[in-house]
Design a protein around this ligand. Structure first.
Ligand code: GAP
Length: 512
């Protein structure tokens, strides 16, 4: 199936099973804003718990905060967002659609990479075990030709970004003959910069209203509380502050479902270190964060690092963790070495010292910062995309199953009375009552057991049990495993033991 079709199916699956709804749908929706439904919110909360616990529970030098969305407007001046939080945009005059110029070029480069990979794949099949991939990449004329083209465009692109050269970005688009995917034409406007922050007013006009912004990242709430936390928590460097919260960006090109939203959620951690030690910590956090992703078991090949060509004004090293979405490898998390830029700038704008006295060095300094920043919604999308599976069963039927890691699944156990009578519903409720303090159970008595299994598969429930007449006699149930569809008879009082460990966050965290 084409990846585009898979993506469409995932989007409609998310709606059909109560994961994600378009915001304000009955008013025809609000573009790039989404609501999470009854299943979505559980999955999202589990993702957040996995992240939060991996930061705050597992590291005694990382603590959390929850700062306000509204902040003093000068913060955004100090952070550079007022002046430099822009996207380079280009319009196609025929389709009247607007695109990010950098994304058009990145997609073009990714297509060349795909061509090279396909060439290698074909050759690997042709030559079998004797295939020497490194040699093939170094000598095959078609691979070399594509690589040379890629490198040339890439070098121009990196330079144009670094120089903020909008004209050159347009030249690259024209020279590479990049067409608008909708109109198919190359009728492009100039490239212009757009600021992404939403602004509103605080206070009544009579009092003199103040222009405030909806925060475009949660990180600044951490920076401006650096000393509050350090002093009240008696934190010693190196230490981290973690936060989960909403962020807002007026994304002009908002596409791909919850991948690029105007209101989204971030999980960010700023790790404060001694100046000069930041690159060591950067390497360490890269490793830690990649392990966190891979521990979910979707396969190591789904992840890769993408080191930045253009470093943000505040960074001296930066990488993205990319995940293979149905529409290609895309950024899910950014890891940045932000130097002392933010604390230094807030010191300058606020006139307050934001320094740390290091008792071991017997001196004060502005700490350097390593940031890990991951979007909850992108993590949600990558998780659902990786978990979404269509299987053809032996009887020819198709089964749609979300193979979610059990600790992330919205419902851990489905409990079904075989029939709606003879005391079976009551017995099923009894099973739920005995387990509901440990994990989320769902009662379902509608339709055949087969249909109930299918519904549970579709929302990723890893275990289901059926309560039947034998249960009333010997307190056993049939447990059915989502991924293998195998069934076995087990005692009710063994359920917590069989399921408990597998669905608990503890097991996942222990694997880190
Ligand atoms: N504090 C650093 C920062 O905000 P970023 O790369 O702009 O860095 C971090 O954003 C993460 O936030 C991204 O990797 C992505 O997962 C998520 N994110 C950013 N913009 C988003 C959007 N419009 N919709 C959904 N997620 C977004």
């Amino acid at each position: 199936m084409a990846q585009e079709d898979v993506f469409k199916k995932i989007v409609s699956h998310c709606k059909e099973y109560g994961f994600v709804f378009q915001s304000s749908e009955i008013y025809d929706g609000l573009s790039a804003v989404y609501d999470y439904g009854q299943m979505g919110v559980e999955l999202k909360n589990n993702i957040k718990k996995y992240w939060w616990d991996s930061m705050v529970l597992l590291n005694d030098n990382v603590v959390g905060i929850d700062s306000a969305i509204f902040m003093h407007p000068t913060i955004w001046k100090a952070s550079g967002h007022v002046d430099a939080f822009n996207d380079p945009l280009i319009d196609n005059k025929d389709s009247k659609k607007r695109y990010r110029a950098d994304v058009l070029i990145e997609d073009y480069l990714a297509k060349i990479d795909e061509k090279i990979d396909k060439e290698v794949e074909k050759a690997a099949k042709r030559f079998g075990d004797s295939f020497d991939e490194a040699m093939f990449r170094e000598t095959n004329p078609r691979v070399l030709e594509n690589k040379a083209k890629r490198d040339e465009v890439h070098t121009r692109f990196a330079k144009a970004l670094n120089d903020s050269n909008l004209e050159e970005l347009r030249n690259i688009i024209v020279d590479c003959e990049i067409v608008d995917p909708i109109s198919g034409t190359r009728n492009w406007t100039e490239v212009r910069q757009f600021n992404l922050m939403f602004a509103t007013e605080m206070g009544s006009t009579a009092d003199g209203a103040m222009k405030v912004y909806l925060r475009p990242e949660t990180a600044q709430g951490i920076f401006v509380n650096f000393l509050n936390v350090q002093k009240t928590g008696r934190m010693k460097i190196p230490f981290g502050i973690a936060q989960i919260g909403k962020a807002f960006r007026n994304e002009i090109v908002a596409r791909q479902f919850i991948f690029r939203m105007r209101e989204f959620e971030q999980m960010e951690m700023q790790f404060f270190v001694r100046p000069g030690e930041e690159l060591e910590w950067f390497a360490k956090w890269k490793d830690v964060r990649m392990k966190w992703h891979k521990a979910l078991g979707f396969g190591d090949k789904k992840y890769r690092f993408h080191d930045h060509d253009k470093l943000a004004h505040y960074a001296n090293a930066a990488t993205d963790i990319e995940f293979e979405m149905p529409f290609g490898f895309k950024e899910v998390e950014g890891i940045h070495s932000r130097t002392d830029f933010d604390l230094g700038s807030h010191e300058q704008y606020s006139g307050k010292k934001l320094q740390y006295f290091d008792p071991e060095l017997n001196k004060s300094y502005t700490p350097y910062v390593i940031e890990t920043s991951i979007g909850v919604d992108r993590m949600f999308l990558s998780t659902v995309s990786a978990a979404y599976t269509e299987e053809t069963l032996e009887n020819g039927e198709t089964r749609v199953v979300l193979k979610l890691p059990a600790p992330l699944a919205p419902i851990k156990l489905g409990v079904f009375p075989l029939v709606k009578k003879d005391g079976l519903p009551e017995k099923a409720r009894e099973v739920i009552d005995s387990l509901k303090f440990d994990f989320k159970c769902q009662y379902d008595e509608k339709d055949s057991i087969g249909k109930r299994y299918r519904r549970s598969d579709a929302i990723g429930t890893p275990y289901c049990v059926t309560v039947d007449h034998q249960t009333l006699e010997d307190n056993t149930v049939t447990i059915r495993y989502r991924d293998t569809m195998e069934q076995e008879r087990v005692a009710i009082d063994k359920l917590a033991e069989i399921i408990g460990d597998k669905v608990s966050m503890k097991g996942l965290l222990k694997s880190l």
